[in-house]
Design a protein around this ligand. Structure first.
Ligand SMILES: [Zn+2]
Length: 204
């Protein structure tokens, strides 16, 4: 039972876009509270009661991996693989965290001055307007820079250093953050993950 509740469930917003991954426990709670519905492999939607009803018949349960079944006193709970939020406000507007890692993702591990790709440790986070001159540490003032470009720019603005940014820094939304394809995801997720970029944060 513990392992069933720890399984990962894909969360879609009401436009059927993948927005996060949560534990089965968190997913089931959302469905139970009426905040989300379960999607099956045929894209049919269920609320908590109708989902339980679907699995009343022992024959239907036989096709489900035992790892997905939680025996409750009066019913068997099959852990969903996908849920869809009824009200997506909290997710759609959820901001991408301003973090070192997400700056790397936004800039695609590419120096924003010479446009070459590097390993993480060959890149610095550069303040476009230098910190020492009042530049902020924010999405709109930091970019990835390789070490040679960083040395060349020094304590100057790009204009002063005669260096051009490939792209102005900006605050990204989820669609700008591309993740490598996850291995070992449930088959039912593929339709939603294949066509989109997403962030894998484990959210409660
Ligand atoms: Zn560079």
């Amino acid at each position: 039972m513990a392992s069933a509740l720890a399984q990962r469930v894909l969360v879609l917003n009401k436009h059927w876009q993948a927005v996060s991954i949560v534990t089965a426990l968190a997913a089931v709670c959302k469905v139970y509270q009426g905040k989300a519905r379960i999607i099956d492999e045929n894209y049919a939607m269920y609320d908590f009661e109708s989902w339980i009803e679907t699995w009343r018949d022992a024959a239907s349960l036989a096709v489900v991996s035992t790892e997905r079944v939680i025996a409750c006193p009066n019913f068997q709970l099959v852990v969903p693989e996908i849920i869809i939020l009824k009200d997506y406000a909290g997710y759609q507007h959820k901001k991408v965290k301003f973090s070192r890692r997400n700056v790397f993702e936004r800039d695609n591990y590419t120096c924003q001055y010479c446009h070459r790709r590097f390993n993480t440790r060959e890149l610095n986070i550069d303040h476009v307007m230098p910190l020492s001159r009042g530049g902020e540490t924010s999405w709109k003032n930091v970019v990835l820079s390789c070490i040679p470009c960083n040395h060349r720019k020094r304590n100057r603005t790009p204009t002063e250093a005669h260096m051009r940014l490939v792209r102005q820094p900006f605050e990204p939304n989820w669609s700008h953050l591309k993740r490598p394809t996850q291995s070992n995801v449930p088959k039912s997720w593929e339709d939603f993950l294949g066509k989109m970029y997403w962030n894998i944060g484990l959210v409660d």
